[in-house]
Design a protein around this ligand. Sequence first.
Ligand code: PTJ
Length: 243
Amino acid sequence: MIPKDHPRYKSLVTREMLGNAAKKGIVAMEGLTAHGRGEAFDYLLGERTTDSARLAERTAAALLRTARHPVISVNGNTAALAAREIADLQKASGALVEVNLFHRTEERVRLLEGVLRDGGADVFSGPAERLLPLSHDRAFCRREGMYTADVILVPLEDGDRAEALVGMGKTVIAIDLNPLSRTARKATLTVVDELTRALPEITQACRELAPDECSRLVASLDNHYLLQEAIREMTTRLSHVLD
Ligand code: PTJ
């Protein structure tokens, strides 16, 4: 029982939920460690959406809205934390939703597809092939899905696949609280914000952006600047946190 008046109530409830999702096989055991790393970086950000993250979120929306064939890639942590938010973003952006796993088994793929459908998403499923230039199982995807996508949103990704997708000429949007990660540095655009804060912001921006603002945001995309701003926000907060 987690008491509602506990100062870290939300964080404790999320951990408990992820622990239960791991017991059911939705979240990989390794996903719990990944979540802990994310929490540590969120502490440094002050657990809020910064101005530079909001700019990144609007730019992500602009990329999705102007894409020919956008795809949202979903792993275990993302499905457990944000199935409903993924469904909302799919409706606002028109993107395909496709499961892609590092710790891949057919059973986990089916479990995650069920979680996403329960959240309201229309999941692009069916037999996957080893199509991406990777030696691990994130290489599995569908020819009419990720493989032919021009823009891919990859929340909580690993750097290998972000790099491979960029190498294939795709525009890669990462959501990652760690601005130092390989993913953050390899992606075309990195949203340094917590997943469940970032997705509704991107969805809202998809709904409200006018075409000329989409073009302006895409033309001025500068990921190096966004990462520098995220690191600056963290170091500024660190230097004042005990004031
Ligand atoms: O479900 P699978 O089998 O595909 O496995 C998924 C994990 C997450 C285990 C796998 O992709 C992995 O190992 O990821 P990494 O390399 O640990 O990277 C995850 C990144 O996401 C880290 O940089 C974390 O800081 C970040 N992160 C964790 N939780 C959140 C987050 N970023 C945003 N929001 C979060 N809630």
